[in-house]
Design a protein around this ligand. Structure first.
Ligand code: ATP
Ligand code: MG
Length: 297
């Protein structure tokens, strides 16, 4: 399956649906859940969450005293749900994503993947890092293959097919044999995205993945990732993205989890019931943008 989400400047267009029907609820009626009340079942939420974060706290060890970064954070990401975590700089968003990915251990609390505790990185959960670094001596294709090296369940030929398809999905067809030094910043970022997609994850974690891209490229990649989430033949079943970009949040999120300044705790959870595809020029869209701004302020 190839989802075409290259920017229009490269002469390509989407081939997949970008439609997900949800009921329309005006922002003033939106459900903002205080941190202490139980999580409601949204229209998309059913059964066991794909990812659940239960009462996670994190202290980084400092020389004199511990640095509290996260306090009692709980959230869930269900099938077909696009969850956005937002909050001020330094509130622990990247740290939380690393804990969800199994890269860092929480000081207390736990993360579950389909009900099983996450104690180390899992093949089913892939992460696109905030500061993605490519290996400069490897081509784009080799960088993506490097991410697949740990997969023992598939043969080398299949790995190459997956890597080529992921690069194509990220709009990098024709750049497979190019070295990072010859790629633009946005293209490097897209190699990072391809590297995560090639893993065929069920849960995709993204840490400000579009922040360094131009508007047009970012928009096409957003739509591409969303297409993958709702496409039944794609393995991706849930997405958790960290973002500061309020328009991006309203465009993509089914659910927004807002963290306080450090130490980060959940100050609100917002279910965005704006119908899709979302019209970024509509009054309803701007009403939601205002609403999310007010939560962050
Ligand atoms: N490995 C580490 N060791 C010690 N402290 C760290 C470490 N990583 C992050 N921190 C500290 O933890 C806090 C939260 O950092 P984190 O990167 O998770 O925040 P963030 O919400 O992602 O910020 P931003 O929006 O700027 O990316 C910061 O005060 C940071 O200095
Ligand atoms: Mg961060």
């Amino acid at each position: 399956m190839v989802i075409d989400f290259a920017p229009p400047s490269e002469g390509r267009s989407f081939v997949t649906d970008y439609v997900k029907s949800t009921s329309s609820v005006a922002p003033q009626e939106a459900r903002v859940r205080p941190a202490t009340s139980p999580s409601p079942a949204s229209e998309l939420s059913s059964g066991v969450p794909i990812i659940s974060v239960e009462h996670v706290s994190l202290d980084y060890k400092k020389e004199k005293e511990p640095l509290p970064v996260l306090v009692d954070v709980s959230l869930a990401a269900f099938k077909d749900e696009f969850v956005v975590i937002t909050g001020p700089s330094g509130s622990g968003k990247s740290s939380l994503l690393r804990i969800i990915a199994g890269l860092n251990k929480p000081t207390s609390g736990r993360v579950l993947f389909r009900g099983t505790p996450v104690t180390e990185p899992r093949q089913e959960v892939a992460m696109i890092f905030q500061n993605f670094v490519l290996l400069p001596w490897r081509t784009a294709l080799e960088n993506v293959l490097f991410g697949l090296a740990s997969r023992k369940d598939i043969i080398e030929e299949r790995k190459k097919d997956l890597a080529m398809m992921a690069l194509e999905n990220a709009g990098l067809k024709g750049f497979e044999n190019v070295y990072p030094g010859e790629l633009s910043g946005g293209m490097k970022q897209r190699v990072g995205i391809a590297r995560a997609l090639a893993l065929e994850p069920q849960a995709l974690l993204m840490d400000e993945p579009f922040s360094s891209l131009d508007d047009l490229t970012a928009e096409h990649l957003r739509r591409g990732i969303y297409s993958l989430l709702i496409n039944p033949s794609s393995p991706i079943q849930t997405v958790i993205m960290v973002s500061h970009n309020v328009e991006e949040i309203v465009e993509l999120a089914d659910k927004v989890v807002v963290l306080s300044p450090r130490p980060g705790h959940v100050v609100g959870e917002l279910t965005v019931d704006l119908p899709r595809p979302r019209n970024k020029k509509s009054k309803e869209f701007f009403d939601w943008v205002d609403m999310v701004y007010s939560l962050l302020a």
